[in-house]
Design a protein around this ligand. Structure first.
Ligand code: FES
Length: 512
């Protein structure tokens, strides 16, 4: 049987044609996948997962892969041939997905619950023992719609072009599959009952998952059609595990501020603080909350996806091959690449670092202009262009101006130092000093606190609040004032002022 078959590679969304019966190793080598032990089936570093279709492979894989991994579809690429069309998840390209292991207060109860952070790019689910609060298993995946574009507007356009019902099915299938992977039939908890699943996500994820028309999110005033709590029985969603479990998608705050931010407010405890704090969630969009126990204001800025590597010439997610750190050593640029592999591009934290380093070395001036030449070379084959720097300026200007506008609106003393919580993967990995150097944040470094996946932590807290009808979350939500910034004059003026980079670094230099 000759002919061509199609290999679809996730999470990059790349498709290649190969001859039926071809060696998977040879096909993937051309796409930059590495085979550290030379394809001898010894190192296990060439893992790929069959997402759709089947691979032919040698039985010696059982020596490297566990029974559970094999059941989940993991294979060693170097031992397989391609006989039919297949979709593969390439382990080496795994996106860094933040889980959460934070301690929190709760009232114990029987059974199991699953907390899900349904992000625009990635999804993470944790199985929680509701008696002990312990996380029993974690499962992660790339959002099935990430291949269609990083920004939410692309997704809305696609939904409005007739794909909405299919997108709802794809999301439900993906989250359901992720949840079912949390149950190992051999584990002791497999016999416990699943009581509830709580999902947090932005407003678009809420609408798409719940089967609500996202049309109103595409036009002013960008209000959600039905932003409240949505609940389903697991079997209604076609999930065959825990068929009677209740699946709840937490309520949104506003047009582009979803329950992921509500969860972040709950997780940081900022609503109980006597002094004001700022919460910034930098993902595909930039959401900002400013406030304390008296008042809470929130907004979403169209910061764009630059902090996730989007719209950057050589931008990429924080996966293997991404430059994630840039430092100045003895007057020269040095980079760190995720997976210690050859640099293929740059992710958000690397971008902030690279521009901070360029400013430090005088290769970029405060207006953002590249001082010498058309690009800033970071590693062989990877460079930043003038366009990339402008994208970062637009993104960081929107966030900085958003924080200042909300702070002024809240009546807080803007000169007073406040704690700034940074949520999400970018917030966790960004160099705080570099973030200050480019003017993204002006909080003193000691008051910047990465809070990891606060959406997931908040969703876990909500697992214990469901019995009360989510009273605590509802009360919190009713206190939050949504401030639209698009037509706000103060924001627009502040935005223009915030585009330039600060003249000088106010801390000691970051060279080492
Ligand atoms: S390359 Fe080492 S196991 Fe495949």
């Amino acid at each position: 049987m000759n002919g061509q078959v199609t290999l679809r590679l996730e999470p990059l969304g790349r498709t290649i044609e190969v001859t039926r019966g071809a060696s998977l190793r040879l096909a993937l080598q051309e796409c930059g996948v590495e085979f550290p032990c030379g394809g001898r089936g010894r190192c296990g570093r060439c893992r790929i997962r069959q997402v759709d279709g089947f691979l032919d492979g040698g039985g010696d894989q059982v020596e490297i892969l566990s029974a559970r991994e094999l059941a989940q579809g993991w294979r060693l690429a170097c031992r397989c041939t391609v006989e039919c069309d297949v979709t593969l998840e390439v382990g080496q390209w795994e996106t860094v997905i933040l889980g959460d292991q934070s301690a929190f207060a709760f009232e114990p109860r029987d059974g199991l619950g699953i907390a899900v952070d349904l992000g625009t790019t990635t999804i993470v689910a944790q199985l929680v023992d509701l008696r002990s609060g312990r996380v029993l298993a974690v499962s992660t995946a790339v959002n099935p719609h990430a291949v269609h574009g990083a920004d939410v507007m692309t997704r809305i356009d696609r939904a409005l072009a007739g794909a909405r019902v299919a997108m709802t099915s794809e999301l439900r299938e993906s989250v359901g599959g992720l949840c079912s992977r949390l149950f190992d039939p051999q584990s002791p908890h497999a016999r416990m009952s699943l009581e509830r699943v709580v999902i947090a996500g932005n407003t678009l994820m809420h609408h798409l998952f719940c089967g609500i028309d996202p049309g109103p999110l595409a036009q002013a005033p960008f209000e959600p059609r039905e932003g409240g709590l949505q609940s389903f029985r697991a079997d209604e969603l076609g999930w065959c595990f825990g068929p009677h479990a209740v699946v709840s998608f937490l309520p949104c705050i506003g047009g582009f501020v979803g329950s992921d931010v509500l969860c972040g407010i709950a997780a940081t405890g900022m609503a109980r603080r006597s002094s004001p704090a700022v919460l910034i969630d930098l993902g595909t969009n930039g959401e900002i909350v400013v406030g304390d126990s008296e008042r809470l204001l929130c907004t979403s800025t169209a910061a764009g996806p630059a902090f996730e590597g989007g719209r950057i010439g050589m931008g990429m997610r924080a996966t293997t091959g991404a430059i994630s750190e840039v430092v100045v050593e003895r007057g020269r640029i040095r980079v760190r690449v995720i997976g210690n592999s050859v640099a293929r591009g740059i992710c958000g934290s690397g971008l902030v670092d690279a521009v901070a380093a360029g400013l430090e070395l005088g290769l970029i001036d405060p207006s953002g202009r590249l001082a010498g030449g058309k690009s800033l070379r970071l590693a062989p084959g990877v460079e930043l262009t003038q366009h990339d720097i402008r994208q970062l300026q637009l993104a960081k200007g929107a966030i900085a101006a958003g924080v200042r506008t909300l702070t002024a609106r809240s009546g807080s003393d803007a000169s007073r130092s406040t704690t700034t919580y940074l949520a999400g993967a970018f917030g966790n990995y960004v160099n705080r000093d570099a973030a200050r150097r480019i003017g993204l944040i002006d909080t003193p470094e000691t008051l910047i606190e990465p809070v990891g996946n606060s959406a997931l932590l908040g969703a876990k807290m909500a697992l214990f609040d469901i019995d009360s009808g989510l009273q605590a979350f509802d009360a919190l939500r009713s206190r939050i004032e949504y401030v639209p910034l698009a037509a706000d004059l103060d924001f627009q003026q502040g935005y223009l002022r915030a585009l330039n980079f600060p003249d000088r670094h106010c801390d000691q230099g970051r060279s080492r």
